[in-house]
Design a protein around this ligand. Structure first.
Ligand code: NAX
Length: 344
């Protein structure tokens, strides 16, 4: 990374941004010697809230803060940015159909994709968080044709880390080895960031007594592994909302930070490197694992130094393969809706 990295965060007055800003400004993503030129973009009704966030950033006196700008002007926000975190979107309201949600967000992603095309650095890395994240990413990518599709991703790291956390808790409960999520690696989230996602622990390992070991014997609970774990991860977001009356923000911000750190950052991670992988939604190029071309799909990826590659050749169980069909079908339907909205 350059000495100063230019970063735009859309939805800058929202709750994930509020938890993400310290990660950005304390060197946890781009390293302890990279200054940050931060732009926070939001819409008119959030203008005052945005001002308050800027006051708090100023009051935090971050060592790495080169400058901060709060704006509702898309062109200003995206000017020469090297990293774009797209949190800004239209929330799903009660009674809203998926089609309506996609329609509202297609408009926003079109605007931000066009802004990337017109104003961003050509090598800008983009992570889309706003829901429906995979399809939003596809739309933003479409409107920024001169930025490589390889520079676009959607966030499934939160789901990935939810799976790691649950596995660590189970190993601790069943094997009498006290471990935490950092001791779990090689989980996979396949597909859409929605309840059709496919959490897959087949290749996961736990670090126990200094050795990476297969997860299943350590969990020692085949029923839980086969029947309960998948819905628990799929529904974790809803469980947080039920408990907090607000959606995940602390953990979502941490996931964005880890996603970016492992992809474009300079700090090391315990989850990438030699033979290890994490989950990221990226463009399906070349029919990997039989997934249709051109979907933004969550895969196991190895990422570092600004590059990210789909890890090929993992075995897929019959059960996981059946679940993959549903998430592929949902993404194809979302893509069709987005395409017809764009064409209208
Ligand atoms: P908030 O509602 O707190 O913040 C969203 C912000 O976006 C608001 O300040 C709003 O004014 C702003 N906004 C709306 N339209 C905009 C536009 N056209 N340009 C710029 N800003 C705009 O939501 P928050 O909790 O921060 O969540 C942000 C997004 O992340 C939501 O879409 C949410 O559904 C999604 N999530 C995705 C996750 C993932 O893993 N991919 C997990 C967490 C989260 O649920």
């Amino acid at each position: 990374m350059a000495d100063v990295v230019r970063v735009v965060v859309t939805g800058g007055a929202g709750q994930i941004a509020y938890s993400l800003i310290p990660h950005i400004c304390k060197g946890l993503i781009f390293g302890p010697s990279t200054m940050v030129d931060l732009r926070l973009l939001d819409i008119e009704p959030a203008k005052d809230a945005l001002k308050g966030v800027v006051m708090e950033i100023q009051d935090s006196a971050y060592d790495l803060m080169a400058s901060v700008m709060a704006t509702t002007d898309v062109a200003q926000a995206f000017k020469d940015v090297q990293v774009a975190v797209l949190l800004g979107g239209f929330p799903r309201k009660q009674g809203m159909e998926r089609q309506d949600l996609i329609e509202k967000n297609v408009q926003i992603m079109r605007l931000h994709g066009q802004a990337l095309e017109q104003h961003a650095d050509r090598n800008c890395k983009v992570v889309v968080v706003a829901n429906p994240a995979n399809t939003n990413c596809l739309v933003a990518m479409k409107y920024a044709p001169s930025i490589s599709p390889a520079n676009f991703s959607a966030l499934t790291r939160l789901d990935h880390d939810r799976l790691r956390g649950m596995l660590a808790a189970k190993v601790t409960e069943k094997s009498h080895h006290k471990i935490s999520a950092k001791d779990i690696r090689n989980c996979v989230i396949w597909g859409n960031h929605s309840s059709s996602q496919v959490p897959d622990a087949t290749h996961a390992e736990a670090l126990v007594e200094g050795k990476w070991q297969a997860i299943a014997p350590l969990c020692n609970d085949p029923q839980w592994l086969e029947k309960e774990l998948v819905p628990a991860v799929q529904n974790r977001g809803a469980a947080v909302i039920a408990a907090r009356k607000l959606s995940s923000a602390l953990s979502a911000a941490n996931a964005v930070a880890c996603h970016l750190r492992d992809w474009v950052g300079v700090t090391s991670s315990s989850t990438t490197g030699d033979g290890m992988f994490v989950s990221m939604a990226v463009i399906s190029d070349g029919n990997p694992y039989g997934i249709p071309e051109g979907l933004v799909f969550s895969f196991p990826v190895a990422s570092s130094n600004g590059k990210c590659e789909i890890v090929q050749g993992l075995s897929i169980s019959t059960h996981v393969r059946e679940l993959l069909d549903a998430t592929v079908a949902e993404l194809l339907a979302e893509r069709e809706m987005a395409t017809s909205i764009i064409a209208a």
